[in-house]
Ligand binder design. Structure first.
Ligand code: MG
Ligand code: ZN
Length: 360
């Protein structure tokens, strides 16, 4: 009798373990994904900002870190078009391409899948919203510089919110169209400036923060990125099916091209402040997967001297262009552990699809 009881207990235990495992797997599904891309930020840009910052960066709080390989289908060193497309669609393509494969066919993006699954979607950027990184999530163009076409592509997707520069290509166009009128017809609130965004309105949002690109932090951009991130989350999280949001810190890359370390560091810290807003939401929400990564490193930055006490560093750039090195990935929330290790930039798309439970 005793023996039978023991056997029964063991079975009951095994059964309960099995049940726990199933529920854990179910819990891994993410209702929301916030993907944050720091354009041009390698490990050195991040460590430079960490070294001079008085307090630890928010990115240092992540428990899961990985590395992604950034090469494109055409080049050992990627541009932001091919890298953005890889992350957004899971397909390696040629440099300069946006949302298309090497044969020129449009490839569906994670944002378009999210739309199909009735999630709310959004894009936020400190450059023009038509620039390569955000464009890769919504447009399908042979060349990243086809800005007027990219603006028109925004009308083909039912995106719920976008915040960034690039107003000019919606109104002063060679084809004479006024795309702001088209947006209005499609029930968009058109807002100039993030400070004028009232998150309580109905409908979709097109928020223009500049005619072209936004200014750099050192030139008065203020807290546009953290504020936009917070407001975007506030709006998109109203959708009960969940949301997909991509947030880009665009100008770490430009600081790298300029070989300007102050530019790089101030933009990295600003990006980190936006990460703080997303992390705060993800922690309180519990159903949000937050991924923080980059598309490539810019400038071949090295730190050749430093002092932790005085918070000073001496740096050196080896190029004015992008480099090939792997870039970091940090993740928090349901499915975060999938982002540990070394993998292709295209795997980020696959991991997001799995986390959402989307089928191709
Ligand atoms: Mg970019
Ligand atoms: Zn660049």
């Amino acid at each position: 009798m005793k023996r039978i009881l023991i056997i029964f207990t063991v079975f009951a235990f095994l059964f309960s373990c099995k049940e726990d495992k199933t529920s854990q797997i179910q819990n891994k599904k993410a209702k929301n994904i916030i993907l944050m891309i720091a354009d041009g930020m390698g490990v050195t840009q991040l460590y430079a900002a960490m070294s001079i910052s008085e307090k630890p960066l928010h990115i240092e709080k992540f428990k899961v870190a990985g590395l992604q390989k950034t090469y494109s289908a055409s080049d050992y060193i990627t541009d932001s078009g091919a890298a953005g497309t890889a992350i957004a669609t899971g397909v390696k393509t040629k440099n300069q391409s946006i949302g298309i494969d090497t044969a020129g066919n449009a490839v569906k993006t994670i944002l378009e899948y999210a739309e199909e699954y009735k999630l709310a979607t959004g894009l936020v950027s400190t450059s023009s919203i038509l620039h390569a990184t955000p464009a890769s999530f919504i447009a399908h163009e042979q060349h990243r510089k086809n800005y007027e076409n990219i603006a028109r592509d925004f009308l083909d997707v039912d995106i719920d919110l976008f915040i960034g520069g690039g107003r000019k290509q919606f109104v002063q166009r060679e084809d004479g169209l006024n795309l702001l009128d088209s947006l209005k017809q499609r029930n968009y609130n058109i807002v100039d400036g993030i400070e004028n965004l009232d998150t309580g309105n109905n409908g979709k949002y097109a928020v223009f923060t500049a005619e072209g690109h936004n200014p750099e932090i050192l030139n008065g951009r203020g807290d546009m990125l953290p504020q936009s991130t917070q407001k975007a989350i506030e709006i998109l999280s109203k959708n009960e099916n969940g949301f997909f949001l991509m947030v880009e810190g665009s100008q770490i890359d430009w600081g790298g091209h300029d070989n300007d370390i102050d530019y790089v560091i101030t933009e990295t810290i600003d990006f980190d402040n936006a990460v703080a807003k997303a992390l705060e939401f993800a922690k309180a929400d519990g159903e949000t997967l937050l991924i923080v990564t980059s598309d490539h490193e810019t400038g071949g930055l090295t730190i050749v001297e430093g002092d932790m006490k005085t918070k000073t560093i001496k740096t050196h750039f080896s190029t004015e262009h992008h480099t090939s090195v792997m870039v970091p990935v940090f993740a928090y929330g349901p499915g975060a552990e999938e982002f540990g290790g070394i993998y292709e930039n295209t795997d980020i798309f696959e991991k997001m699809m799995n986390a959402f439970g989307f089928k191709k």
